[in-house]
Design a protein around this ligand. Structure first.
Ligand SMILES: [Zn+2]
Length: 306
């Protein structure tokens, strides 16, 4: 059996096809078409037409609010409002389709084959253009009353702070997303880490301030959800030890001062920018009642980020 995982982002759509033994057999990347879900679905199916065997099911990881009960997706960066994309895709692809939020998809992938295999209580924080989050509590994905997941990028970390795209002020993502680090440093985030490694004191100061802002939000979330592990994903999450050592130190020195409370394990996501599409494959397998088991390391082409 073959399952397709599709990660729909604001700029690109990344797809991969996995067999039921967890081996990636096909990958494709295409540009995102905004505001026209039918055309996007057709383009995705076309991009996978080089793979000749029948597909059993499709799993989608999509940015935005994905309601897994009503199957409607609202995504500002795709210009979608209550789009029944699962149905549209089913009609065009001719197989069962399930969708979930992209960060939930990434957490699903990291739980099956990545950094948090065997963990039951995990907070996944995606540090990208904005900040996204997903939580595993007692091994179950926590999705809130309306089943669309959690919006950790818009918790307020600064009262009356910077205006946010959501209409609020002082939201976490205005201070701790990769966009915020880029604004503060004036250079791409990759360059910030390169200069810190090279010993640039000004950039080191900027990174330390960024980590302080990040840890204010993380400390609040850790106190609410009590995770055993926090996984940092998205572009900045892949920076590795240069980020992780700072976050661990900052949390233990300044933000987690409640006595007798051990800090959770802080780790980087392992699957990088492939997590959404890989998570989609697992979702498709689950939909068909065939949980994909991966033996050993997942073999997948991924773009190095740092
Ligand atoms: Zn906001």
């Amino acid at each position: 059996m073959f399952f397709t995982g599709i990660d729909i982002g604001g700029t690109t759509v990344k797809s991969c096809i996995m067999n039921d033994a967890g081996r990636i057999v096909y990958q494709s990347t295409i540009g995102t078409v905004k505001g026209d879900p039918e055309t996007l679905a057709r383009n995705i199916v076309l991009s996978l037409s080089g793979f000749r065997s029948p597909i059993s099911a499709i799993g989608i990881s999509c940015a935005g609010r994905v309601n897994t009960l009503t199957h409607m997706i609202t995504a500002a960066n795709l210009q979608w409002r209550n789009v029944p994309f699962e149905l549209i895709m089913e009609n065009i692809a001719g197989c069962p389709v399930a969708a979930d939020n992209d960060v939930s998809g990434a957490l699903r992938a990291e739980s099956r084959v990545g950094v948090c295999v065997g963990e039951t209580d995990v907070l996944y924080v995606s540090l990208g253009t904005g900040i996204g989050g997903a939580v595993l509590i007692n091994g179950e994905s926590y999705r809130g009353y309306d089943n669309t997941g959690i919006e950790i990028g818009h918790i307020i970390t600064h009262a009356d702070g910077l205006p946010c795209t959501c209409g609020g002020r002082g939201c976490f993502e205005q201070y701790a997303s990769s966009t915020a680090l880029k604004m503060r440093s004036g250079v791409p985030t990759r360059e910030v880490f390169r200069q810190v490694r090279a010993g640039n004191p000004e950039m080191t100061h900027i990174l330390d301030n960024y980590v302080h802002e990040l840890c204010i939000g993380l400390a609040g979330l850790i106190r609410v959800f009590s995770p055993h592990m926090v996984v940092l994903g998205g572009g900045i999450g892949s920076a590795g030890e240069i980020l992780l050592t700072r976050v661990r130190r900052e949390l233990s020195e300044n933000c987690a001062s409640i006595p007798y409370e051990p800090l959770p394990i802080i780790e980087s996501a392992k699957l990088g920018n492939t997590a959404g599409s890989v998570g989609g494959c697992f979702l498709a397998g689950d939909l068909m009642g065939v949980p994909i088991q991966v033996n050993g390391e997942l073999e997948i082409r991924k773009k190095p980020e740092f």
